[in-house]
Ligand binder design. Structure first.
Ligand SMILES: Nc1ncnc2c1ncn2[C@@H]1O[C@H](COP(=O)(O)OP(=O)(O)OP(=O)(O)O)[C@@H](O)[C@H]1O
Ligand SMILES: [Mg+2]
Length: 261
């Protein structure tokens, strides 16, 4: 007998995320309604202290799964539940949650590091990194102090701290992005290739930070192409099979033109 989410989160206080039967199909309305199957039935439990690395070919749906887990994409089918100890059921069903509820979960529970930084014009890198702490109620001086320590550790030159990161190099932006994603010590971290544009030394720093997060009990789901980093951080590897094999090969468009995708 399988446990439903209610029982699972109450029975196991290490469980942070439970995904069941996740399917995601994109419909490209601008391109004749072509449909792309990105995920076809992924189920996964992630507990505190685990770092689950998503593996699989390019296009297998790794980033799509992370975005579904962060509530950026709504799964076409299936459920994702996230721990929320403020509820009797000890979880929120993300796939049914209202936008304000998803925002609250991002504030309290889920940290996400995308491959690229979405720089906000005129906000300094120091403030960008401090912001997740400030929005959790930490006072600004302390938040800036902790942001400085993290930027220092990630070898972001001090002269860049008071500048907006829009003009930074790819690796500098990525380190600001990682600092912003890790500073609030969220209990669930979703990391999409956080080391992709870093040199070896900085990759090692990031791997250390991820291992520290795992050891303090964070549940982590990440994508790492670099074999060394993967070996250092992973407690488990989950391979996604490409659902793209099920791409519908041709669709009849409204104009009657047969289009291949
Ligand atoms: N927003 C979107 N709209 C349409 N199709 C998308 C969208 N995002 C992803 N896809 C499609 O879904 C499939 C999976 O993409 P995804 O980015 O999740 O792959 P990935 O495993 O992260 O690949 P990579 O290792 O190259 O980053 C691809 O075929 C991609 O074209
Ligand atoms: Mg990807």
């Amino acid at each position: 007998m399988t446990m439903n989410s209610d029982q699972a989160f109450v029975a196991n206080d290490k469980l942070m995320l439970q995904a069941r039967g996740i399917e995601k199909t994109f419909t490209l309305h601008q391109q004749g309604g072509a449909r792309i199957a990105a995920l076809s039935g992924v189920s996964l439990d992630v507990e505190r202290g685990e770092c689950v690395v998503l593996a699989g070919a390019s296009g297998a749906g790794k980033s799509t799964l992370l975005r579904c887990m962060y509530g950026n994409y709504l799964a076409t089918r299936g459920t994702i539940a996230i721990r929320d100890d403020s509820r009797a059921s000890r979880h929120v069903m993300l796939t049914e949650a209202a936008p304000h509820e998803i925002i609250r979960l991002r504030n309290t529970t889920m940290g996400y590091v995308s491959q690229f930084l979405r720089a906000i014009p005129r906000v300094t890198s120091l403030d960008l990194v401090a912001e997740p702490l400030v929005s959790r109620g930490v006072n600004e001086d302390e938040a800036r102090e902790r942001a400085s320590a993290l930027l220092e550790r990630l070898n972001v030159p001090r002269r860049l701290w008071t500048l907006a990161p829009a003009t930074f190099s790819g690796g500098e932006q990525q380190r600001v992005n990682i600092a912003r994603g890790l500073i609030a010590a969220h209990p669930l971290l979703l990391l999409d290739e956080p080391t992709a544009s870093l040199d070896g030394e900085n990759r090692d720093v990031v791997a250390d930070l991820i291992v520290e997060a795992r050891e303090r009990g964070a549940a982590i789901v990440g994508i790492f192409h670099d074999e060394d980093t993967r070996e250092r951080v992973a407690t488990r590897i989950v391979r996604l099979e490409s659902a793209a094999a099920t791409v519908e090969p041709a669709v009849q468009t409204d104009s009657g033109v047969l289009q291949t995708c």
